[in-house]
Design a protein around this ligand. Structure first.
Ligand code: GTP
Ligand code: MG
Length: 203
């Protein structure tokens, strides 16, 4: 899929105030600093679209970006940022959970995982929670440029093996780098294939 336009629409903390209408949307979630906003900029080709930062906890709101005037990308706050304190973490958790559980337009949730790390309990628990709630999701491994291809493959194999302990069928997964643009075409093609299905259902 070609990206012809990408525009920021609205930021808020309340799922009720997200854009109305029935356009499908794809949300990006994961631990703080995993690379959500960078990936959104890489996918759209608009460098400053989503705000990125070397300091975790940059994205605190639900941010909607309208793509090609017919679907949305949603940048969500990261979970599990320790320095935010218990109360701050609870607030973010509440925003994320109410968006995921109540946003009917959310067609697929992309869960971002840092490809450099061993499976982290916080991500595994989050993925389990998605399963319990029947949320459609796919996994995106980020920052692939930071590893040799041998180490990258080993980490991803290990991650998928870990998931297999809980899941009979593995979710789709993608390997990306916002630096080299690895995985861009695969992700955009995946989104396009789901958009086509959604459009067929509604036409
Ligand atoms: P929060 O909004 O705080 O939850 O973070 P985020 O998940 O949106 O992360 P963000 O995109 O702001 O990136 C965090 C840091 O990782 C920044 O310093 C980015 O430059 C860096 N980064 C993100 N993606 C990549 C990548 O693919 N490769 C490399 N080398 N660095 C990356
Ligand atoms: Mg961010």
């Amino acid at each position: 899929m070609e990206i012809k336009s990408a525009e920021f629409v609205i930021s808020n903390t309340n799922v009720q105030k997200c854009p109305s209408g029935t356009l499908p949307e794809y949300a990006f979630i994961g631990r703080s600093n995993v690379g959500k906003s960078s990936l959104i900029n890489m996918l759209t080709g608009y460098k400053g679209l989503a705000m990125t930062s070397a300091t975790p906890g940059k994205t605190l709101l639900i941010n909607h970006f309208l793509i090609n005037k017919n679907w949305y990308i949603v940048d969500l706050p990261g979970y599990g940022y320790a320095k935010r304190g218990q109360r701050g973490r609870e607030q973010i958790k509440q925003i994320i959970e109410s968006y995921i559980l109540h946003r009917m337009q959310m067609t697929c949730l992309f869960v971002l995982i840092d490809s450099r790390l061993q499976p982290q309990e916080i991500d595994i628990r989050f993925i389990e929670w998605l399963g319990e709630n029947g949320i459609p999701f796919a996994i995106i491994f980020t920052k692939a440029d930071k590893l040799t291809s041998g180490k990258l493959n080993a980490n991803i194999t290990q991650y998928l093996e870990h998931l297999k302990e809980q899941w009979e069928e593995l979710p789709p997964h993608f390997i990306t780098s916002s630096e080299t643009r690895l995985g861009r075409k695969e992700l955009l093609d995946y989104i396009e294939s789901i958009n086509d299905l959604v459009n067929k259902k509604t036409s």
